[in-house]
Design a protein around this ligand. Structure first.
Ligand code: ADP
Ligand code: ZN
Ligand code: ZN
Length: 659
């Protein structure tokens, strides 16, 4: 009797057997509809066999085998299997996630008529700079798997290097996969790539696309029609039979790690995938993650450097402004005001960077001590003066700004601290004639609005930009010559050991927006810690020095990349229940942990309450990745076998990046 083994999207770490009399070995990789519970479910055939662990008479027959598209290739299943194993996620959930929604539902997109081939002329290419040439030669000479770190300052021509390497791949009939951090960056890059390779079929893949378009892109990749796949983290799962090169742009970016559901790192999976396909992979960044930096300097990855900007001769001048010496006006130093004035006189653009949206982070009643707290989270409600509301940035709860203090009736409630809206008010009052534009997730809350705002900036209709990290990534603003950073110090002393790394990357990225064309750029950082090594390294544009210092600290502390971590998190109605679960999980882990895995104590998470659920976490750590993996597999078996108390949810996060 033929039996098929099916991966189904259910939160259980197992596959399911069904009878399928006429199935053959080559059915592996097809989607199949099977009875499940009272209804049916769609899954992927992962094996065809003659035996089952279940009594055969108990097996149900499969309902329908969908052979209407090519089977998902073995390399795809293996990638999913690795992802499931490494991140301790059920295989069926991974496979379901790795398919676009339409295919997941058992449908196919309607075919579009073939577009006539375009005959746009191939653009004239700039001659490569010598460092670019060295990088391109190294990448294109790679025979088989090799991981490159392309470490180049912003504007050094990293994209140009990717494109040349892709050109070689296309010439030999291969497919290239390029991962980028953000949906917002894909249209711009897509334009550049399409213009560069007019004959090639370029497809995008990101969650902002419609179901049909996404499924079509997937089939184009699977059936080998797509030459270049460009997308966000989820595109790491695109099946590509002729894959010859992977590029991960801005490899340090936090968005490559998914923070819910399957908590995978697309960058790390991409490296695994390059190894599997035996092809080169290029990780590019101006501020590589410390993990990548470490591997590049220990010889595991090959380091390629672009120390110079391709167009502007010099990097922007970076200066720290010591805010202890003078009284700030609404959070702004006179140096920054003066610098802004100068740009206004010269008709150049400025950008003031403040990574906090809203008007003020909290509303308070000084006489009685009341502050605006979210009733669902351990967080303050942020003042949004534009629409007179208080908003929780964690759960989305919102309410009108109260006229009087809810506790004592005082009418004089005070917003404390400052966000982008308040900065907008301050700058508007100081420079009434300036055209000021604020860009944050409130003003640019849809891709369309974001594109419209970008167009306004590019048309030169803005004098002063105010923005959060949204503005830091990937955009070229030719008339921008000044970047001011305010409120950066908060991240220096954050509890998360990765906070300095992120701060450095953000400031370097946002600073890199200035002086990208013929005009020289200047960056001013307001701080109470002007001597801090992080700022000093920024002044010297010396990422390597900063990275080495950080790595030395991490080595002493035994943090990644010198150790490997996993976080077990639990959430329930009350903290006691969450912590009780974690304590029991810890007890169960003790006999499995051995000498190579350290178990920490369960503690409340930093955001201890989110959407009315109270959350705890338990960190486990090892100097050996295999030891941690073996331990986790055993531990998960144990946890899945337990009966969970009602209302308790847990998950495991391997290589957590958010503490
Ligand atoms: P990055 O990706 O490192 O930020 P880009 O590849 O976008 O840098 O290059 C920055 C700018 O320099 C772009 O406008 C690009 O067209 C230009 N550029 C890159 N390489 C060269 C080169 N070899 N000669 C002239 N211009 C170049
Ligand atoms: Zn909340
Ligand atoms: Zn009060």
């Amino acid at each position: 009797m033929k039996i098929i083994r099916v991966a189904l999207d259910v939160p259980l770490p197992r596959v399911f057997d069904y009878l399928a009399p006429d199935s053959v070995e080559s059915d592996i990789g097809y989607r199949v509809r099977v009875p499940f519970g009272a209804g049916s479910k769609l899954g992927v055939v992962v094996a065809v066999t003659n035996q089952s662990d279940q009594p055969v008479e108990k097996l149900k027959p499969a309902l329908e085998l969908l052979r209407d598209m090519p089977p998902l290739p073995r390399s795809w299943s293996e990638l999913c299997e690795f992802c499931a194993r490494y991140y301790q996620a059920p295989l069926g959930e991974v496979m379901s996630f790795a398919l676009p929604p339409l295919l997941r539902r058992g449908k196919l997109p309607r075919r579009l008529k073939e577009k006539p081939g375009v005959n746009d002329p191939v653009p004239v290419l700039p001659a490569l700079l010598s460092d670019q040439q060295i990088a391109v030669t190294a990448i294109t000479a790679a025979r088989g798997f090799e991981t490159f770190l392309l470490h180049g300052v912003t504007g050094s021509g990293k994209t140009e290097v990717y494109l040349r390497a892709i050109e070689t791949v296309l010439a030999s009939g291969g497919q290239a996969l390029m991962l980028v951090p953000e949906i917002a960056l894909t249209p711009q890059l897509e334009g550049r790539v399409a213009a560069r390779f007019p004959q090639a079929h370029v497809v995008s893949a990101h969650s902002g696309m419609g179901d049909a378009a996404r499924a079509r892109a997937y089939l184009d990749a699977l059936e080998g029609r797509a030459d270049i796949v460009l997308g966000t983290r989820l595109s790491v799962f695109m099946p590509m039979p002729r894959l010859q090169l992977i590029v991960v742009d801005e490899e340090h970016d936090g968005s490559f790690k998914q923070q819910d559901g399957i908590r995978y790192s697309a960058r790390d999976l991409a490296i695994w995938r390059a190894h599997q396909a035996d092809v080169p992979i290029v990780l590019g960044s101006a501020t590589p993650s410390l993990e990548t930096f470490h591997h590049a300097h220990s010889g595991r990855f090959r380091l390629l450097e672009l120390p110079l900007r391709a167009v502007a001769e010099t990097l922007p001048t970076v200066r720290v402004v010591d805010t202890r010496r003078e009284k700030l006006q609404d959070g702004m130093s006179s140096d920054l005001f003066t610098a802004l004035e100068l740009r206004l006189e010269r008709g150049e653009q400025s950008l003031v960077f403040l990574n906090r949206r809203g008007y003020a982070p909290v509303l308070a009643c000084p006489p009685c001590g009341w502050i605006s707290r979210c009733k669902h989270c351990a967080a303050n409600l942020v003042v949004h003066l534009v629409d007179r509301r208080l908003r929780c940035h964690h759960c989305g709860f919102e309410t009108m700004i109260p006229r009087a203090c809810p506790d004592c009736g005082n009418l004089d409630l005070q917003p404390f601290g400052r966000g982008t809206q308040r900065l907008e008010e301050t700058l508007g009052a100081r420079f009434p004639k300036a055209r000021i534009l604020r860009i944050d997730r409130d003003s640019a809350n849809t891709p369309a609005k974001w594109q419209a705002l970008l167009a306004v900036i590019h048309n030169g209709e803005v004098d002063i930009l105010i923005g959060t990290q949204m503005l830091a990534k990937g955009h070229d603003f030719p008339r921008l010559t000044l970047v001011g950073a305010v409120g950066a110090d908060a991240a220096l002393f954050a509890a998360d050991f990765r906070a300095p790394e992120r701060l450095f990357a953000q400031l370097m990225q946002v600073g890199g927006r200035s002086g990208r064309a013929a005009l020289a750029g200047e960056v001013l950082i307001q701080t109470e810690y002007p001597e801090h090594p992080l700022y000093q390294a920024l002044v010297d544009h010396d990422y390597a020095r900063f990275a080495r210092a950080q790595l030395a600290e991490r080595e002493v502390a035994g943090f990644p990349p010198f150790s490997f971590q996993a976080m077990l998190r639990a959430e329930a109605r009350d903290m006691a229940q969450s912590l009780a679960f974690l304590t029991a999980a810890r007890a169960a882990a003790e006999s499995l942990a051995g000498d190579f895995v350290t178990l920490y104590d369960p503690v409340p998470m930093r955001m201890a309450r989110l959407m009315t659920l109270e959350r705890g976490q338990l960190l486990v750590e090892s100097y050996s990745r295999p030891a941690l993996q073996t331990f986790l597999a055993g531990w998960m078996d144990c946890l899945y076998a337990q009966k969970m108390p009602a209302g308790l949810r847990w998950h495991i996060d391997v290589d957590p990046t958010d503490f």
